[in-house]
Every structure is written in structure tokens, then in C-alpha cells.
Design a protein around this ligand. Structure first.
Ligand code: HGY
Ligand code: MN
Ligand code: MN
Ligand code: MN
Length: 412
């Protein structure tokens, strides 16, 4: 009978699964474009469902497309122990963001099955819909519905920049499940993820023991001027929305620099009418403010909401702005963090405690169940970039620590 301590994952099988799923939305530059509930997302969901069913899991899909694969344990009156993350990616995403957490969980479960080990509690793997928030803002949308942060109708109503809604797309790809959101309970959730930042690599640590996630807020800004002829309109008579947006974007960047280690970013911009010889009349852009301390994030928000109308007034422009998302800083569960520490020690990997700069489904799930995360390094700290990469060994280390931590939690 296999004992808990010598249960090891198969790193080659994990790596092969990562490379196999990378073809769903694979880009010529070696990245992945697998936008939430796109055809590519459907393909990887179908693949994931088939793999879990082949392992003897029952796979359920809730009404916002969250997928729950459960394998029975010795005592099925206990709620499952969950391992989860996301399969959707950014438009220029990499091969590891999100998917490492889902496939690392699949590898942990495969190892348990191969080695004939039976957990006390059932085990669950979760794929959360729309973690990225790139196509349908905000991020972590459907783990947010599960955690009661957003309603199902709000999630269905979120539209992409072409006006297509999440609800329509869930129906189109056949992943608008019949099961009620929140009905798939679990006693704890562990999320394996690449760090998406430079710290572990710089300190040559293999495992990040993640203590929490920083606060995040998203806003949408529309700057209105007047479209006009670029040849005949004197400079002093213009109401140039793009010049206004440019000054606002510079000011927002400065807010980040003034509140380190906070961050302030503008990622999406649409310029109308976007014609070579028309003075831009209207510009839409998004703002992303983050900081580990909510009181500092309040100050960043205040500074942003003061500077935007000030610049608009100076340039005789109108401006509308609204906050569309607020995800407060969150701390993870001490006992699960201790299981991760134990799991890393057992596997012999050096660790480093850290908070997450990036948002994750775990940030919302921590509201409804004990939750924590495990980080592994990524090359140059690069993510949300087609060159995102990590190593065979680091993926294996992460999955091994995930398995060890879950088994440790199951034993306690
Ligand atoms: O925005 C985030 O941090 C996450 O990757 N969706
Ligand atoms: Mn992610
Ligand atoms: Mn991401
Ligand atoms: Mn994320």
C-alpha cells in the first residue's frame, strides 16, 4: 500500500498535458489566445472533462460554466478538498497562467489513482470561468459568482467590446450548466499558479508560500472632445480627446510611482474615429489600480478621481469615469498555508512567503472556504505575454507540493 510520503507525481505526464492543451488557442509566437468561452475554451474544457471522467471523476457544470470534477474518497460524507484555477487566457497569454493550476491538480489526482492511494475526503478539481476578465470584465467573475460577490445575471450580462455577452457565449458553447452556483461545496481550496512576477526567480526559491492577494480596483474612462479636420482646425481651437487621454494616462502612471509597491496601469484604449486626418473626438480607456493596503489604495483612487477632471477642464474636454470592480486585499487560511509549508519541506524545496500581485480565483474563494495558493517561478517574472515560461522541474515541483499539501490537509 502506498504511503502518503512517497506518493510522487509524474512530471513528464504533467508537462505533456501542458504542451497538449497549449494547442487549444496556440499562437504562432508560442503563446495562447484562449479567451473565456471562446471556441478554443470549449475545446480545452471538453478535453479536461474527458480526462477527469477517465479518472473516475463525476464532472458537474454550474450555471456560469464553472466545472467541478469530484473523485470519491473513503468517507464521502466529508466535503471534498478542492484544487482549482482557470483555463482561460489573455489574448496574448502564455502556456502556464491558470492552466498549470488545473493540470497540476489533474496530475496530483492521476498520481493518487496510479499509486492506489485513497484519500479520506473526496478530491475535487475546479476550472473557474472567466478568471482573466480580459474579454468580459471584471476578472475572477465566475469564482466571484460562486463566492456571492456577483449575481448570476450580472455575470451573464457582461459584454465584450463587440457587444457579445457571457451568457450568450456560455449557451453557444454548451457550458451553461443546469446546476446552481454554489451547490458544489468543498472544505478547502488549494490553487497552484506561476508567480507572474520576478521574486522567486531572483531569490532562487522554487516554491512561493502565498499569504494573500493585494487589493485591486478597475475603472472605465471616456474622454469626449470634438472630431475635426487635422488640416484646417487651428491647434488652439481643438478639443483633442486623445491628447487629454494621453495626459491622464501619464498622470495615472505617476500615481503608481508615487505609491510603491502599488501599481497603476492603463491597458485597453479605444480612440474614435481613429482616422489619420481626424482630430480624435472620443477616447475610451481602462484603469487598473492595485496595492496590498486598502487605505493606500483609497488614496490612489482619490488622486486618480481628482486628476482626471482637472486635465479635462484644462483642455475643454468632458470626461466620464466609473469604478467597475473592487476586489479588497485578502489573507489566506493559516492552516492551509501551513500544509503548503509542510508539503514543500516534505519535497525538499526552498520556500519564500509572499503576497500575490496578480489576482486569482483564490482571492474570492477565500471568502467562502479556507483557501491558499502555491507559486512557482516564471522566467524573468514575465506573464500575460506569449513568451511566458517556466521549467519542467518547476512545474513538477509545484504539482508535487500541491499533492503533498492536499494529502497533509486530508490527514489532519
Ligand atoms: O488581473 C489579474 O491579475 C488576473 O490575472 N486576472
Ligand atoms: Mn491566472
Ligand atoms: Mn492571468
Ligand atoms: Mn490571475
Amino acid at each position: 500500500m502506498t504511503s502518503k510520503s512517497n506518493l510522487t507525481i509524474n512530471p513528464q505526464r504533467l508537462w505533456d498535458a501542458l504542451m497538449e492543451t497549449a494547442k487549444y488557442g496556440g499562437t504562432p509566437k508560442g503563446g495562447i489566445k484562449r479567451l473565456t468561452v471562446s471556441d478554443e475554451d470549449k475545446k480545452v474544457r471538453d478535453w479536461f472533462k474527458a480526462q477527469c471522467e477517465a479518472l473516475g471523476c463525476k464532472v458537474s457544470i454550474d450555471s456560469v460554466g464553472n466545472m467541478f470534477a469530484v473523485r470519491p474518497g473513503k468517507n464521502n460524507t466529508l466535503q471534498p478538498i478542492a484544487m482549482g484555477s482557470h483555463l482561460d487566457t489573455q489574448p496574448t497569454g502564455g502556456k502556464f497562467d491558470g492552466v498549470l493550476g488545473v493540470l497540476g491538480a489533474l496530475e496530483a489526482m492521476r498520481s493518487i489513482v496510479d499509486l492506489g492511494y485513497e484519500t479520506n475526503a473526496p478530491l475535487m478539481i475546479v476550472n473557474w470561468t472567466n478568471e482573466e476578465g480580459s474579454r468580459f470584465a471584471p476578472a475572477m467573475l465566475c469564482s466571484g459568482v460562486y463566492a456571492g460577490v456577483f449575481t448570476e445575471d450580472y455575470a451573464y450580462s457582461r459584454a465584450d467590446r463587440d457587444g457579445i455577452t457571457l451568457g450568450e457565449e456560455l449557451t453557444r458553447i454548451g457550458y451553461k450548466g443546469t446546476e446552481k452556483v454554489g451547490s458544489h461545496k468543498f472544505q478547502a481550496m488549494f490553487e497552484l499558479h506561476i508567480e507572474q512576477g520576478p521574486i522567486l526567480e531572483a531569490e532562487e526559491k522554487v516554491i512561493g508560500v502565498v499569504t494573500g492577494v493585494q487589493g485591486m480596483r478597475w475603472y472605465e474612462v471616456t474622454v469626449k472632445g470634438q472630431s475635426a479636420h487635422t488640416g484646417a482646425t487651428p491647434m488652439l481651437l481643438r478639443k483633442n480627446a486623445l491628447v487629454g487621454a494621453a495626459r491622464m494616462i501619464e498622470a495615472i502612471n505617476q500615481i503608481g510611482l508615487d505609491h510603491l509597491p502599488g501599481v497603476a496601469s492603463v491597458g485597453l484604449i479605444e480612440n474614435q474615429p481613429n482616422s489619420r486626418n481626424v482630430v480624435p473626438g472620443e477616447v475610451f480607456f481602462t484603469v487598473d489600480l492595485r496595492h496590498p493596503d486598502e487605505t493606500v489604495l483609497d488614496k490612489m483612487e482619490k488622486a486618480y478621481q481628482e486628476v482626471i477632471p482637472k486635465i479635462a477642464k484644462e483642455l475643454k474636454l468632458e470626461v466620464e469615469e466609473k469604478r467597475i470592480w473592487k476586489s479588497p486585499a485578502v489573507k489566506f487560511a493559516a492552516d492551509l498555508i501551513d500544509c503548503v509549508r509542510h508539503g514543500a519541506d516534505q519535497a525538499g524545496f526552498p520556500t519564500r512567503d509572499m503576497a500575490s500581485g496578480a489576482g486569482h480565483d483564490a482571492a474570492y474563494i477565500a471568502r467562502v472556504a479556507p483557501t491558499t495558493m502555491i507559486f512557482v517561478p516564471c522566467l524573468g517574472g514575465l506573464s500575460h505575454n506569449e513568451e511566458e515560461s517556466t521549467t519542467f522541474d518547476e512545474c513538477g515541483a509545484g504539482a508535487q507540493v500541491l499533492l503533498n499539501a492536499v494529502l497533509e490537509y486530508d490527514r489532519r
